[in-house]
Design a protein around this ligand. Structure first.
Ligand SMILES: Cc1cc2nc3c(=O)[nH]c(=O)nc-3n(C[C@H](O)[C@H](O)[C@H](O)COP(=O)(O)O)c2cc1C
Length: 162
């Protein structure tokens, strides 16, 4: 098993990171009348007071420079039957929201109607972290649909809670 960073190739690292199961969120907004967004498994809660969450975005992302211009960002926790929608949200930019039921707030945050939780956020800080940015988001409103089950991402595949 590789033990030093120079021995770790990308595939080994992906496998190592993929061993940790996560949920998946959609980060989305309407910018200049267009729906912009992506799927992210790097989401995590950070602070209760003030309410903060974070996710990481690749520095090479072509979506993030557009998305970060939004006044507010919508973050939706994907539900267990959102596997195909998740792939869509990670695919060709112009098709990411095709057929998806969405809600758009007055400030342009875009949420998926059938997600299990929805957060209305603004960007508080972006921190450099290797080939990614850690994006710290301030929460302004939350809606939680208790009873819904989340989509699980593990070892590059989707699953659900037993
Ligand atoms: C399950 C899943 C999780 C993902 N998580 C992240 C993530 O945390 N951060 C990220 O930058 N991209 C993540 N992606 C990739 C983005 O959803 C999207 O494919 C990528 O941003 C597309 O490139 P673009 O930004 O140039 O449009 C994930 C994709 C999938 C399918």
């Amino acid at each position: 098993m590789p033990s030093t960073s120079d021995q770790m190739d990308r595939r080994v690292l992906r496998d190592a990171f993929g061993a940790f199961p996560t949920g998946v969120v959609a980060v989305a907004a309407q910018v200049d009348g267009r729906l912009i967004g992506l799927a992210a498994s790097s989401f995590t809660s950070v602070s209760l007071q003030p309410p903060l969450v974070s996710f990481c975005v690749a520095k090479g992302s072509t979506t993030w420079p557009e998305l970060r211009r939004a006044e507010h960002l919508g973050v939706t926790v994907l539900a267990e039957d959102h596997g195909a929608l998740c792939r869509q949200l990670a695919g060709p930019a112009q098709e990411r929201f095709s057929g998806a039921a969405i809600e758009i707030t007055d400030t342009g945050a875009v949420m998926l109607t059938e997600g299990i939780a929805q957060y209305d956020c603004t960007i508080r800080e972006e921190l450099e972290a290797g080939d990614h940015l850690i994006v710290l988001l301030q929460l302004h409103a939350v809606v939680v649909h208790n009873g819904g089950q989340p989509l699980i991402f593990h070892r590059s595949d989707f699953g659900r809670l037993a």
